[in-house]
Design a protein around this ligand. Structure first.
Ligand code: G6Q
Length: 515
């Protein structure tokens, strides 16, 4: 394809919101794109997108609007949920967050004993954790270095122990991040945090100086003992995995400051505007979504690799796993009917170049087709000699090698031992998208996250599924509740599970000395 068409890279690339996408190294022709666009039209992707922006209740199984795009709307724009413009409320919370962040950053907000707050610990899980942690790591160089920011998600006590290790409770602020304020892990860790602080400050009334909440459930926040004035709200039209730019981003804002947080939102907004207005054939998220559908449904590819060539984006694949797999891991359509097509692929990845020294082997020479997104930034934030050139040379070379491979003839010309040649041949024709931005700034990060959000949306629209519910996750939340009392001390309870579950419970009890 490249040999036949010197303009291929020009034709199959585009720019939007400060991001450049080269999708020329995919198994596509003009006809492929034409047919995929026909599919998008047949599945009414543009109409569904417009319905989302219009605040329609497109999360049908929960009867909710899906309006995360309103979280990054500019003042004066209008987004309606149930006929009410939500943008003034969004900005009221952003202003409240900014005022609080400024107080913490300036040292005006003090702990109960009058000490300055130096440590921020976000307690939350899933959508109330992955985005903030990813963003904090990604924007490390923009963060106030005098603040320590940590995250507790896992109900494993080890996570809490590690997050609080070496910190002074008098200087520590906990952010309890939970949309529902009922999640087992978060409520358990929040209680542990409360005790950890109280053991040091020994004054109930001091709790208000060390705890704030991010939630939609004001009543539960009050019941926990957090002052309503220290609660930052959001709304049921913000899905957990789409909430890092809502109040859930408070830890990000405290770390990088309100101006940088606004730049992050502006990056999201720029990509939203592009997705909303660009024709599908020049629409970056729509094209990325269609390419995912292409490999998922027409080549049987099971996974999609996402490899950021940026150490600071180490948690981006984990963030995308939730965004994509929780959104599009569905088995019925919008009417509740079983689907006869494959839905969301498995998302995975690690930063380049690290991955090149481990699993890239399978991508180059294995028997599975693994399309990959390679993400890079042209100007380093931590320049070190010529190391950035080395990093980016690797990204560009991998995309080239995956596409063009290495033939037996090329190997022979290089003097490869004939006996080794079959082992060394790389077939090529391995697809990649290359996404480049100038620098990993807050604005670029916002654009990148919105790019994937809307790509996920496009895929969901093609499959005709509800990308905004998560009943499988809810099931998991309910299941453990039944087993928790069965693991408690005391005589063995009557166990009525299957034989495997019963045996696992008995083994656990026995090794804890309970049997
Ligand atoms: C996200 C999911 C899920 C959720 C967590 C935490 O879309 O619904 O990951 O974010 O279960 O829920 P809470 O914020 O309610 O604690």
């Amino acid at each position: 394809q490249f040999a036949d068409d010197p303009k291929r890279s020009e034709r199959f690339s585009l720019e939007a919101a400060g991001l450049f996408l080269d999708y020329s190294k995919n198994r596509i022709t003009d006809e492929t794109i034409r047919l995929l666009l026909d599919l998008a039209r047949a599945r009414k992707v543009a109409e569904r997108r417009d319905a989302m922006f219009a605040g329609e209740k497109i999360n049908v199984s929960e009867g909710r609007a899906v309006l995360h795009v309103a979280l990054r709307a500019e003042r004066g724009e209008r987004y309606l949920a149930d006929g009410k413009d939500v943008v003034p409320d969004v900005h009221a919370v952003l202003d409240q967050m900014a005022a609080f962040s400024d107080q913490v950053r300036s040292g005006a907000w003090k702990g109960h004993s009058g000490k300055r707050i130096r440590n921020i610990i976000n307690v939350g899980i899933g959508g109330s954790y992955l985005g903030p942690e990813m963003a904090f790591r990604a924007l490390r160089t923009f963060a106030d270095p005098s603040l320590t920011v940590r995250f507790v998600a896992n109900v494993d006590g080890a996570d809490f122990a590690k997050a609080t290790q070496g910190l002074d409770p008098h200087e520590t602020l906990f952010i309890i991040a939970s949309k529902t304020f009922t999640t087992l892990e978060t409520m358990t860790n929040a209680a542990a945090a409360r005790k950890w602080v109280l053991d040091a400050i020994r004054a109930e009334q001091g709790i208000a100086r060390h705890f704030v909440a991010l939630s939609t459930n004001a009543e539960a926040v009050r019941a926990f003992g957090i002052d309503a004035a220290n609660m930052f709200g959001f709304w049921d039209w913000v899905g957990g995995r789409y909430s890092m730019d809502s109040a859930i981003g408070l830890s990000t804002m405290i770390a990088v400051g309100p101006d940088n947080f606004r730049a992050l939102l502006a990056g999201f907004h720029a990509m939203d505007q592009h997705f909303r207005t660009a024709p599908l054939e020049r629409n970056m998220p729509a094209l990325m979504g269609l390419l995912t559908v292409w490999y998922n449904n027409f080549f049987g590819a099971q996974t999609l690799g996402v490899m950021p060539y940026a150490a600071d984006l180490a948690r981006f694949p984990a963030y995308l796993q939730q965004l994509q797999m929780e959104s599009n891991g569905k088995h019925v359509d919008l009417a509740g009917k079983p689907l006869d097509v494959q839905t969301g692929p498995v998302i995975w990845g690690e930063p380049g170049t690290d991955g090149q020294h481990s699993f890239y082997q399978l991508i180059h020479q294995g028997t599975k087709l693994i399309p990959c997104d390679l993400i890079g930034f042209c100007r380093p934030l931590s320049p070190l000699a010529d190391q950035h050139d080395l990093l980016m040379a690797n990204l560009i070379a991998q995309a080239e090698a995956l596409a063009f491979g290495k033939t037996a003839e090329e190997l022979a010309a290089e003097g490869s031992h004939p006996a080794q040649t079959p082992f060394r041949v790389c077939e090529g024709n391995r697809p990649t998208n290359v996404i480049l931005a100038e620098q990993l700034t807050p604005h670029a990060l916002g654009g990148l996250v919105a790019l994937y959000e809307h790509s996920v949306f496009t895929q969901g629209a093609i499959w005709g599924i509800d990308s905004f519910d998560q009943w499988g996750v809810e099931l998991g939340k309910a299941l453990a509740k039944r087993i928790i009392p069965e693991l408690a001390h005391g005589a063995e309870p009557a166990l009525a599970h299957d034989s495997s579950t019963n045996a696992l419970i008995r083994r656990y009890r026995s090794l804890r000395g309970m049997a």
